[in-house]
Design a protein around this ligand. Structure first.
Ligand SMILES: NC(=O)c1ccc[n+]([C@@H]2O[C@H](COP(=O)([O-])OP(=O)(O)OC[C@H]3O[C@@H](n4cnc5c(N)ncnc54)[C@H](O)[C@@H]3O)[C@@H](O)[C@H]2O)c1
Length: 694
C-alpha cells in the first residue's frame, strides 16, 4: 500500500500522507507524494491539490532514522518535491493539523498556500539537532515572517500555534476541519481567482534589511548559544536570503547544511536526541507492568523545591495540594509561587490565563488527612533523615492504597526512608532540580523494594510534566550529584595548584557550561556548600582530602553572591577577582605543600571533565545508571552540560577512553583513592571499545 492516498473531491485532489506514527518524510512518503502529484497533474478534472496527514498529524518532520542511509537518497528528494509543488501548474495547498515541523513545514512552504486547524503547531526545530532546515526553510520562512521573526523562529526551533502562525503570515487561514477546510479553501480560491505568489518569489519582507539587524542577532543569539554553531550559521543563511537571488540563496543554504551535517556537534546532538528517548525505557520491568493513573498530587514542604514542584504539577493540569507546618509557611511558599508565575507572564513565556488556571489548581493545607485520596505525594522538606521518616510514617497512615509515596531528597537513602512505611513497594525517589519549574531533569531513584508499577508510573508521568526522565540506583548523589562532586572538587584542586577562579570559570563557559563551577558555588552560597560537604569530610577514605578553600572563605564571611563576596567580589551582578581570595588559596596551597604553576586552558578542560566520565563509568559498573547515555541526559538537563557536546559520557568517548583512563590514573595519584580509574573504563580503554560494549 502506498504511503500516500490519492482521492479526488470535486475539482480538488486530496493527497493524504498515511505513514505512522508521524507521517515522517521517509523515502516511501516522498515517492508517494511524487506519484500523487503526477497523477493530479495529468487528471484534467483536478484544478487544485491539497496535501494533508492521516491520523493525528501533518508531516511531523524528516525521518531521522533514514539519515545517512541509502533511503535518504531515494528520489524525489524533499527539495525536488518542494520545487514541484511550488511550480505546479495547479493550485497547491498544505492543510495542517497536529504538527508541521522541519521538513514538514518546509514542504508546506513550498505549497502556494497553507491552512491550519487551530490546535496545529508549526516550527523548524532542526537547530536542536545541530543542523538547519536545508530544504529552503531559511530562505522561505523569513520571506513570510520578516527577517527578525525568522531568525528568532529558526534559531530557537520554537513551535508556534496556528493563531500565531496566521498572525505572522506563515499560514493563510485557520480552518475548523483539516480536510474539509483545506478543500473549501482551495475551491474558494479557485472560484475567486485568487493569485498566490510562490513564497520564494516574495521579496518585500526581506528587502532593504539593515546590516545591524544581523549584527545584533549574532550578538544576542551568540551569547545564548554557548558555542553551538548551528544558530550562527542559520543567521548567515537568512542574511544570504536578503543579499542573493533565490537560486543562489538556496544553494548557499544547501552548502551550509552539508557543513553542519558533517559537524561533530550534529553527531553529538543526534546522539543526545536518541538518548532522551532511550532513557525513558527500563529494560527489567515486566511487559505487563501497569501504570497507575495520576490525577491528583500533593507536595510536602512549600520551600524552594516544594513550591516549584507544585507548579510543575499545576502546569500539567494536575490538581495539587501543598502542605507545610503552618499557614504562615504556606503563605510564604505561595507568595514565591505567585511571584515565579508573574515573572514567566512578564517575560511572555506564559499567558496570564495559563497562570490563573495553574494557580487555581494549587490548594494549601496543614492537615495530612486532606491527602487521603491523592494519587502521588512528593515530599520536599528539609534534608534530614529523621524528619523524612516521620513524614513517611504519617503518609503511610493517611494515603490510600496504591498511592505513590515519593521523596525529592538529593542525597538520602531511599530504602531507609521507605522503611518508615509498611509499603516500601510504593516508595521511590523523584528528584527535581532547582528551579523545579524550569529545569528539565526528573531523576527517579528506585529503592530496593520499589515495585515495577511504582517505577513505571513515575517514569511515565515525566512526559506529562514536561520533564526528561532518567532512572537511577540508590546511592550517595544518585546519577547527577554523585558526579558533580568530582567536577567541583577538581576545580578547587586546580585553584590550589595555581589556576585562577576566572580561568577555571572561563574554560568551563567556553566549553559550553552555563556557568563556571566557581561562580556556581558563589551563587548557591558557600554556607550551603559547607553544610553539604560536612558529612563528606568525615567519610573520606584514608589518604584523601578535599580542598578546604570553600570552608576558609566561608569562615571569613565570604559566603557568596548574596553577601557581595565569595570566591569573587560582587558589585551588583558584576564580579571581580579579589586579592583576599588569592591570599586564602595561596595559604591553603602552602599548608598542604602544593606546588603552584600556570595551566593551559586545554589542561583545565580535561581536568574538569575527565573525572566526571570516570565516575560515570563507575555508575555503569555498579548499576546506578542503566546506560551511559542516561548520564548524558541527567547532566544536560540537570546541570546545563552542553547538549552539543552530547553529555559527559559521549564527550569522554570522543576525547578517547584511553585518555580519560590516563587522566584517572593521574587523578588518583594526586587526589586520592576515590579518583582511581573505574575497572570498566580500564577494560574498554584497553580493548579500544566504547560505552555500547560496557
Ligand atoms: N534546593 C535545591 O536546590 C534542591 C534541589 C533538589 C532537591 N532538593 C531537596 O529538596 C528538599 C527540600 O529542599 P528545599 O531547598 O526546598 O528546602 P527549603 O528549606 O526551601 O524548604 C523546606 C520546606 O519544608 C517545610 N517543612 C519542614 N518540616 C515540615 C513538616 N514536618 N511538614 C511539612 N513541611 C515541613 C519547611 O517549612 C519549608 O517550607 C530537600 O530534601 C533537598 O535536599 C533541594
Amino acid at each position: 500500500m502506498s504511503a500516500v492516498r490519492y482521492e479526488v473531491d470535486g475539482n480538488v485532489a486530496v493527497l493524504t500522507v498515511d505513514y505512522p506514527p508521524v507521517n515522517a518524510l521517509s523515502a516511501a512518503v516522498r515517492t508517494g507524494l511524487g506519484e500523487g502529484l503526477e497523477k493530479a497533474r495529468n487528471d484534467d478534472s483536478v484544478e487544485a491539490v491539497i496535501v494533508l496527514g492521516a491520523d493525528k498529524t501533518f508531516i511531523a518532520g524528516a525521518d531521522i532514522t533514514e539519515f545517512g542511509t541509502e533511503k535518504s537518497a531515494v528520489k524525489p528528494g524533499l527539495r525536488d518535491l518542494i520545487e514541484t509543488l511550488e511550480t505546479f501548474p495547479k493550485l497547491t495547498v498544505a492543510a495542517i493539523h497536529g504538527t508541521a515541523l522541519g521538513g514538514g513545514l518546509e514542504l508546506a512552504l513550498g505549497c502556494h498556500a497553507r491552512v491550519a486547524v487551530s490546535s496545529a503547531k508549526v516550527g523548524l526545530p532542526e537547530v536542536n539537532l545541530g543542523i538547519l532546515p536545508g530544504a529552503g526553510g531559511t530562505q522561505r520562512l523569513p520571506r513570510l515572517t520578516g527577517v527578525e521573526t525568522g531568525i528568532d523562529l529558526i534559531t530557537s526551533g520554537k513551535h508556534i500555534p496556528a493563531a500565531k502562525a496566521l498572525e505572522l503570515g506563515v499560514v493563510d487561514a485557520v480552518v475548523d476541519d483539516v480536510r474539509a477546510g483545506g478543500v473549501a479553501f482551495a475551491q474558494k480560491s479557485l472560484a475567486e481567482g485568487t493569485q498566490f505568489t510562490a513564497v520564494i518569489e516574495r521579496n518585500d519582507k526581506i528587502s532593504g534589511v539593515e546590516p545591524k539587524v544581523f549584527e545584533e542577532a549574532r550578538k544576542r543569539i551568540g551569547a545564548k548559544a554557548r558555542g553551538k554553531i548551528a544558530p550562527m550559521v542559520i543567521i548567515d543563511c537568512i542574511e544570504a536570503a536578503t543579499k542573493m537571488d533565490s537560486v543562489a540563496g538556496l544553494k548557499y543554504e544547501q552548502e551550509k547544511f552539508q557543513e553542519l551535517f558533517a559537524s561533530d556537534q550534529r553527531g553529538a546532538l543526534m546522539h543526545y536526541f536518541f538518548a532522551e528517548r532511550e532513557a525513558r525505557k527500563v529494560p527489567d520491568l515486566p511487559a505487563d507492568t501497569k501504570v497507575r493513573p495520576i490525577n491528583s498530587a500533593a507536595v510536602i514542604g512549600s520551600g524552594t523545591m516544594g513550591g516549584g514542584i507544585a507548579m510543575v504539577f499545576a502546569n500539567a493540569g494536575i490538581q495539587v495540594k501543598l502542605v507545610d507546618i503552618s499557614s504562615e509557611a504556606l503563605e510564604k511558599g505561595m507568595e514565591t509561587v505567585r511571584k515565579n508565575y508573574e515573572i514567566s507572564v512578564g517575560r511572555g513565556s506564559m499567558p496570564k490565563a495559563k497562570m490563573d488556571a495553574a494557580l487555581k489548581l494549587i490548594e494549601t493545607t496543614t492537615d495530612y488527612a486532606d491527602l487521603a485520596n491523592t494519587d502521588i505525594v512528593i515530599e520536599a522538606v528539609f534534608e534530614k533523615m529523621d524528619l523524612k521518616k516521620e513524614i513517611f510514617s504519617k503518609l503511610d497512615s493517611v494515603m490510600k492504597d496504591g498511592a505513590i509515596l515519593a521523596t525529592n531528597t538529593s542525597s538520602l537513602d531511599i530504602d531507609e526512608i521507605a522503611s518508615a512505611t509498611k509499603r516500601p513497594e510504593d516508595v521511590i525517589g523523584v528528584h527535581f532540580f532547582s528551579p523545579a519549574n524550569v529545569m528539565k531533569l526528573q531523576e527517579n531513584i528506585r529503592g530496593a523494594k520499589s515495585s515495577p508499577s511504582t517505577i513505571k508510573t513515575v517514569m511515565d508521568i515525566g512526559k506529562k510534566l514536561g520533564k526528561n526522565v532518567v532512572l537511577a540506583g540508590n546511592c550517595d548523589g544518585f546519577i547527577g550529584n554523585r558526579i558533580l562532586q568530582y567536577y567541583t572538587g577538581e576545580a578547587e584542586f586546580l585553584l590550589e595548584q595555581g589556576a585562577t577562579p576566572e580561568q577555571v570559570d572561563r574554560v568551563a563557559m567556553k566549553f559550553g557550561m552555563p556557568m563556571g563551577p566557581i561562580s556556581m558555588r558563589d551563587m548557591s552560597g558557600l554556607d550551603v556548600g559547607v553544610l553539604v560537604r560536612k558529612a563528606r569530610w568525615n567519610s573520606l577514605p584514608e589518604g584523601e582530602r578535599m580542598s578546604p578553600i570553600v570552608e576558609r572563605l566561608a569562615e571569613r564571611g565570604r559566603i557568596g553572591m548574596k553577601v557581595g563576596k565569595g570566591f569573587y567580589r560582587y558589585e551588583g551582578r558584576d564580579k571581580f577577582p579579589d586579592p583576599e581570595t588569592t591570599e586564602i588559596i595561596e595559604g591553603v596551597a602552602k599548608e598542604y605543600g602544593v606546588k603552584r604553576r600556570e595551566f593551559t586552558d586545554e589542561e583545565i578542560e580535561l581536568r574538569l571533565f575527565a573525572p566526571m566520565v570516570n565516575e560515570g563509568a563507575k555508575e555503569l559498573e555498579d548499576g546506578t545508571a542503566i546506560r551511559a547515555s542516561d548520564i548524558d541526559v541527567a547532566w544536560v538537563n540537570g546541570y546545563g552540560f552542553p547538549a552539543h557536546k552530547g553529555g559527559p559520557m559521549y564527550w569522554g568517548e570522543r576525547v578517547g577512553l584511553k585518555k580519560i583512563h590516563e587522566m584517572a590514573v593521574e587523578a588518583e595519584k594526586r587526589n586520592g583513592p576515590r579518583w582511581a580509574p573505574s575497572k570498566l573504563l580500564g577494560r574498554l580503554a584497553k580493548e579500544g571499545k566504547g560505552w555500547k560494549d560496557a
